[in-house]
Design a protein around this ligand. Structure first.
Ligand SMILES: *Cc1c(COP(=O)(O)O)cnc(C)c1O
Length: 415
């Protein structure tokens, strides 16, 4: 018997839940593309992306997914034969590196663990060996969506500086931007990229790149440039060329609404919400883990991503848990990829998510563990509730707006 009817929950790490306000922002006619409101819209988006990346550097918007953003970043700063160092910590930096190799770069992968963050000391040691500075760029992800690790970007920057290495520092923030702190300028990131469909709560189809002066110096000499991605072509006054053709108008309307929501909530509050929901998720898994079957993939809690949590399943069928959550409860969990494929599932808590959505997802998993007779410690959901009750604090008003307040106002209004 399924109890799935009702609003279904999507707990996959992208595309994520799209707020109604963002969906509704797209329900409108197209605009003229050369002048007028679209030009102002583009200006406002490029400016607000700077706020999200925490940079004064130039920003670019592409009609593309995250892979397009990767290609944009690489093609604008590298030349064929350039050596690139990829800092592995799961699947995604490696994927970015494979793309660079396809484009003609000489790619070296600095191996890392699937269960831990990038080790800055290993990075420093490798860079010290590169005495003639053959390495032109260093690629890493802030959050690896496959392993669930949150790498310390600032610590890697310090390692690069400690080695005195001049390579461009390029960071993928697809699964972390607007989920956790990212400080492009303060952390000395030269090229940052992201995409619309994860923390930014917008449909898939937009990629973002921010590039500082050092990156633009490399851009001047790069020979991998192609017109579609080319920064120079997008810098002119002509609006049409900012997208190398027709702007993806409705995605831009959607992004405007999503950035408005993020700015209204405030970035620090957005990050805090993600941190609390992630901690609640980890608390639940910590309880279940007492049964010796399920556990968090990333061992050190300090390096677990606030946006996605892969759960390893040892000695039971991970797919059965996902199938149960889907078919009986209407909750779609993320499947595991890469090294974890077939032996884990992923819980996304990124973007437009709140406590009841995450608690509902955790409840569906706990139901699955019980119904499928998978050994687990009891009280996972209760631990998540306790974690949130402790972390979220109390309302600032006795009752939130809505029925309760209206009733109160009517009751106390003079007759
Ligand atoms: C999702 C993701 C990508 C790829 O984005 P697509 O839009 O699927 O091309 C790249 N990097 C990270 C860290 C991601 O999570």
């Amino acid at each position: 018997m399924s109890v799935a009817n009702g609003r279904s929950l999507l707990a996959i790490p992208g595309p994520t839940n799209i707020p109604d306000r963002v969906l509704q922002a797209m329900m409108r006619p197209a605009e003229e593309i050369y002048s007028g409101p679209m030009v102002a819209l583009t200006d406002s988006l490029l400016a607000d992306l700077k706020r999200v990346f925490a940079t004064t550097a130039r920003t670019y918007i592409y009609a593309a997914n995250g892979h397009g953003g990767w290609e944009a970043a690489i093609s604008n700063v590298l030349s064929r034969g350039d050596k690139v160092l990829v800092l592995a910590s799961g699947r995604f930096a490696v994927g970015w590196g494979q793309m660079a190799a396809f484009m003609g770069a000489d790619v070296e992968v600095l191996e890392g663990s699937w269960r831990a963050a990038i080790d800055p000391a290993t990075v420093e040691a490798r860079l010290r060996l590169d005495r003639d500075h053959a390495i032109k760029a260093i690629l890493m992800v802030q959050v690896d969506t496959a392993s669930g690790v949150a790498n310390d970007v600032q610590a890697v920057r310090r390692a690069i500086d400690a080695a005195g290495h001049p390579a461009l520092f390029m960071v993928d923030g697809v699964a972390s931007l607007a989920c956790m702190n990212f400080e492009m300028d303060a952390w000395g990131v030269d090229v940052a990229m992201s995409a619309s469909q994860k923390g930014l709560m917008t449909p898939p189809g937009l990629a973002f790149v921010a590039a500082n002066d050092k990156a633009h110096k490399a851009h001047a000499k790069a020979d991998m440039k192609t017109l579609y991605w080319d920064w120079t072509a997008r810098q002119g006054a002509e609006h049409y060329m900012k997208y190398c053709g027709t702007p993806p108008e409705h995605l831009l309307f959607a992004l405007r609404a999503a950035l408005d929501m993020i700015m209204e909530e405030g970035l620090p509050a957005v990050w805090k919400r993600h941190a609390l929901l992630a901690e609640a998720t980890h608390a639940a898994i910590g309880k279940w883990a007492e049964g010796q079957v399920v556990s968090c993939n990333i061992i050190d809690p300090a390096h677990r991503s606030p946006s996605v949590t892969p759960v390893v399943v040892n000695g039971a069928d991970a797919g059965a848990i996902s199938a149960y959550a889907q078919q009986i409860c209407g909750v779609t969990l993320g499947s595991a990829i890469g090294d974890l494929a077939g032996r884990a599932f992923r819980i996304a808590h990124m973007g437009h998510v709140n406590a009841p959505m995450v608690l509902g997802t955790l409840s569906a998993i706990e139901m699955a563990l019980q119904a499928l007779d998978i050994p687990h410690g009891e009280g996972g959901v209760a631990a998540a509730v306790a974690s949130l009750a402790k972390g979220a604090g109390l309302p600032s008003r006795p009752a939130d707006k809505g029925v309760a307040e209206t009733t109160l106002a009517l009751a106390t209004a003079p007759a």
